[in-house]
Design a protein around this ligand. Structure first.
Ligand code: SAM
Ligand code: SF4
Length: 643
């Protein structure tokens, strides 16, 4: 095995890189997808060209354009964002207790069987790389405390043969220096190291542990390896808290004078239990102003399309500074990130609480049990036999059946990604698991995906697509060719005209969502004024209406005779108070065999009626109107949205 430590001090960058390429291929994980299988051989023999296509020879450029594959639809959301960057939390454990991240006593840890095993992480990485993910970052908790972190990185590193270009680590640096060399040999290309202070005593206050010297050792070792040509991209992450370490912003900038590193100042973000407080957050603008006083020539550096960081540079300095502005300037428009939590949930947005369990789908191929090394080896053997044509067509294809299901679920989750996350004023009131923690009470879609669906009984799709269109015919609708061709038909009316419950026993279980809305219009400004001042005799009208809407959604089958009971996984009801109205919007999600439009309509109408009830003493002329479904997704008919 070649080792970077054997490199002569002045080894060329190219040489170091070629050594890294060699070691990258040392371990070969099982290759799962059909698409990957088809292209793997070609990729093995022809390393991917990562250079800018504009600098290539015309013939090579033409070839690379011909080879270019369209980006996976599974990883493309409805806003055309292509997700080629995957962050995986590989442990919940940590050897520090940073004040902005964790309570002093730590966080309750999940039972180990709930966490992803190493083969499971490798399998999921493999699936994502097969669909076009080119960058994987391992994070946590503290990833370096995972016992088998190096073998894990070796196996993920081997995915470079299948399109992975960057393997990165976010770490507190405490024990990195001990594992760094083997990690670089495994294919590590970038490190984000957390360091919030340059003062050892302050370090102990902010992390509640000793360890400043160890972090220093890790930084020094990275820089030393880079001088030898390792080419590891090093960034220092510094969370800035007012009154805690804000006086260190300038010393950190000074550090970039001689060191070729990037210091990234992170706006302090709220997570469950971190006692976030707006006053403690130092904004991007404030930090920039502070730096400009000392360095008025500070220059903006052109950021790359998907950068979360806004990068700046003091002319003449070796390094750069950046700002992660999640709180004041979101970068949602170009977000290309997906996250997998330690327990195997896919999170499409750091600040969203919708999650789906990929672990459960993966484990279906192992009778629901965690996939350990032995099970993984058996699966690999099946896959290898299949590749060599040794298996009969009836032989199970190892992971392949799961991979198809995984991709469906991943695709649906990605398509549900919102345009942007909430901002200050909302984020701090939202439930969101701490960066490192599993929060079993968070309102998630977790546990509602395929694992649990097989026991569901049937539910009914109340309105057919075309019926829906007629119901809301005052609003122009998108039409499909199919709609034009088929006469409208009520699904819950039998041949003889009797009402009946439609059997949906043969329908597939899919993730479904529906949003309904309506408006309560007041006849004067009295009621909205009292709601705003929270002076209604009956109390908080909007709060009560929200709860009423949620309760009603869950009771829908008790109220609407032909509705099947559905295991609703999430209901959200939003009420927006205007000058003379309340706009109600209810969204219901489930994993089931039929849609949730009726649940959404019931939630919205009940919330509106509750507002009516709470205001009727002061306004007799209220009108509730415009009740309609505005969005429906999932199932065979796919996405439908009211124009
Ligand atoms: N333990 C590793 C580390 O500290 O780098 C990796 C996990 S840590 C959760 C990942 C990153 O999140 C770190 O850079 C940390 O500084 C940042 N972070 C944690 N809590 C934060 C908060 N409340 N606001 C902003 N950044 C935070
Ligand atoms: Fe641990 Fe990282 Fe959180 Fe600090 S920020 S407590 S090092 S996980």
């Amino acid at each position: 095995m070649l080792c970077l430590r054997q490199l002569p001090k002045r080894a060329s960058h190219a040489k170091a890189r070629s050594l890294l390429s060699y070691t990258f291929k040392a371990v070969e994980p099982v290759c799962l997808s059909t698409r990957r299988l088809a292209t793997a051989a070609a990729q093995q023999s022809k390393p991917r060209d990562t250079t800018d296509s504009s600098t290539q020879e015309p013939a090579a450029r033409r070839r690379s354009l011909q080879d270019a594959k369209p980006f996976s639809d599974f990883l493309t959301d409805t806003f055309h964002r292509q997700h080629d960057y995957l962050r995986i939390s590989v442990t919940e454990r940590c050897n520090l207790r940073c004040v902005y991240c964790m309570p002093e006593e730590g966080v309750p840890l999940s039972p180990s069987r709930e966490l992803l095993t190493t083969p499971e992480i490798v399998m999921l990485s493999s699936v994502f790389v097969s669909q076009g993910v080119t960058k994987i970052r391992l994070t946590g908790g503290e990833p370096t405390v995972r016992r088998d972190i190096v073998p894990l990185m070796q196996q993920i590193g081997a995915l470079r043969a299948h399109g992975l270009k960057e393997l990165c680590l976010t770490t507190n640096g405490i024990s990195l220096h001990r594992k760094l060399d083997s990690m670089v040999e495994a294919g590590l290309t970038g490190i984000n190291m957390s360091l919030d202070t340059l003062d050892p005593w302050q370090f102990q206050i902010m992390t509640r542990r000793k360890g400043f010297d160890a972090v220093q050792r890790s930084i020094d070792r990275v820089l030393e390896m880079n001088r030898a040509g390792a080419g590891i991209r090093l960034k220092i992450n510094c969370v800035v808290m007012r009154g805690v370490n804000d006086r260190e912003v300038l010393p950190f900038v000074d550090l970039t004078r001689d060191k070729d590193i990037e210091i990234r100042f992170i706006e302090y973000m709220p997570f469950d239990g971190n006692k976030w407080n707006k006053r403690k957050m130092l904004s991007y603008d404030e930090m920039l102003d502070m730096i400009l006083v000392k360095y008025p020539t500070l220059q903006k550096v052109q950021d790359h399309k998907n950068d979360t960081s806004k990068t700046w540079h003091v002319p003449g300095f070796a390094g750069r500074i950046g700002f992660i502005t999640s709180m004041t300037h979101n970068f949602c428009g170009t977000c290309n990130r997906l996250r997998i939590t330690g327990d195997g949930n896919l999170k499409v947005c750091l600040f969203g609480n919708a999650e789906v369990s990929l672990r459960d789908i993966l484990r279906q191929s192992n009778g629901g049990e965690p996939i350990d090394e032995a099970a993984y080896e058996a699966m690999k053997q099946i896959e290898m036999d299949r590749r060599q044509g040794l298996t009969s067509p009836d032989t199970p294809l190892g992971m392949a059946p799961n991979e198809a299901e995984l991709l469906d679920v991943i695709g649906m989750a990605v398509k549900r990604k919102k345009a942007k996350h909430a901002g200050i004023g909302e984020l701090e009131h939202m439930k969101n698991r701490p960066m490192i923690l599993i929060d079993p009470v968070a309102p998630t879609l977790h546990g509602a995906m395929p694992r649990r669906m097989h026991h569901l009984n049937s539910t009914q799709h109340f309105f057919s697509h075309s019926h829906q269109r007629r119901l809301f015919s005052s609003t122009p609708q998108r039409q499909s060719k199919d709609d034009d061709a088929k006469p409208p038909k009520l699904t819950h009316v039998s041949e003889t005209g009797a009402a009946h419950m439609v059997s949906i026993a043969s329908k597939a279980v899919t993730a479904r969502v529906a949003t309904a809305s309506c408006t309560v219009r007041f006849s004067s400004a009295v009621a909205p004024g009292l709601i705003r001042a929270n002076e209604l005799k009956k109390g908080d009208a909007l709060g009560v209406a929200r709860v009423a809407g949620i309760m009603a959604a869950k009771r829908t089958p008790d109220l609407i005779p032909l509705c099947h009971p559905i295991p609703v996984s999430r209901v959200s009801v939003d009420l927006a108070l205007g000058e003379a109205s309340v706009e109600v919007r209810a969204t219901v999600e489930c994993d089931g065999k039929t849609g949730v439009e009726m649940e959404a309509l019931t939630a919205a109408s009940t919330a509106a009626l509750t507002v009516y009830d709470m205001c009727k003493a002061v306004d007799k002329g209220m009108v509730v109107d415009g009740l309609r479904v505005v969005l429906k997704d999932g199932g065979k008919s796919g996405r439908w949205e009211m124009d």
